[in-house]
Design a protein around this ligand. Sequence first.
Ligand code: PMP
Ligand code: GLU
Length: 428
Amino acid sequence: MSAIDPPAICFQLMQTHEPGVQFMQLSRRVRNLKPSATLAVNAAVRRLHAEGRDVIAFGAGEPDFDTPQNIKQAAIDALSRGETHYTPVPGPPEARQAIADKLRDENGIACGPDDIVITAGGKHALFMVFQCLLDAGGDQEVIVLTPAWVSYRPMIELAGGSVVEVPAAIDNDFKITAAQLAGAITDRTAAVIINSPSNPCGTMYTPDELRELAEVLRGHDHVSVISDEIYEKLIYGGIDHLSPASLDSIAERVVTINGLSKAYAMTGWRIGYVCAPGGDPSLAKSIVKLQGQMTSNITSFCYAAVVEALTNGGAAVEAMRATFAQRSVLMHRLLVAMPGISCPRPTGAFYVFPEVGAHYGKRTPAGRVIDDSVSFATALLEEAGVAVVPGADFGECGNRHVRLSFACSNEHIEEGCRRLDGWLRSLA
Ligand code: PMP
Ligand code: GLU
């Protein structure tokens, strides 16, 4: 293997960069920034496929379906109508009204169009929320329930906050308890972020469990709640989705993040939104101010697609949801039959986060020692042609895990799991 072997590069990319010789003086902020591990795995798979290598990709954090035709057509029509100019920063009133209607009718959130800002994806929405809630150089803490999506930590740290990880137990389907939350809140806690259904865990909090967390938060009105509901539509375990912003006791402190990427197979469109009712000056107005100095509005002809998706997208979402439900059963059945693997049953999103740590300390047929999630994922990709995301970047407690996405065909799931099973059995 050469020093510039693509998978090695992919995993090296995840390490913090030491400043080297450079022509331009880069900020400490970006020098210390870790690249996204999930995007690094996607990039490595793309490169390996381009080289003709046979890789089964379980790294993808996006639906493998095409955007429904009626949604595409709405954008094409808007483009043909000449909707090609700057728009109001938070989006035109009709699109924000469609989002507010959805949040009121489906999620029970009391909000109106002025509480909504349409953003370049949920990622951008979250980035701006942290920028608006946290001060650089302050000592504010954000509680992150781990394992948690790889981008929360960098976004919080870039905004000047520090992350307090509250680890969830695998035995409790990766959910923290109300007592754990209560124990983590301090005078410095600025916010807590909840992501149900969860990336990377694929599990969900029940409505009662969320009510218990809200009960703890009720007594701490200096703490904002950020609810990332991007996987809200992809649920299949019999657990209902509950939006914390629908709970009166904390509603005015809850920021809801959502978008079209996952539900409508629109990851490349970059459409997200934030709903932040209440407050004076309101968080929504602050986000508009920030976005106005940053990206202005999202691509103008995409707003028509937002309205079409939210008003006529239900059947397509249901078809995709049903497919993910069936794949979740297949993926979970194959995984838990493998040696040394434990994994809660997925109930939402399109991920599983199995514990693989029982294999640490073993050696692969090619002589590699497996001692953490990065060495596990690197060797698996190199030796068996299966791409997974190492668990370490999802929080400290993730290092004994890897993330697999089942946003791929049954044939891919079967073949990838056959390779993974064979490779695990070859470890000694
Ligand atoms: N939150 C979570 C938990 C995610 O997994 C993602 C996926 N990238 C996002 C937010 C943001 O998605 P997007 O920017 O595509 O809307
Ligand atoms: N959220 C997806 C993932 O976790 C997409 C990639 C990203 O933005 O992190 O894989």
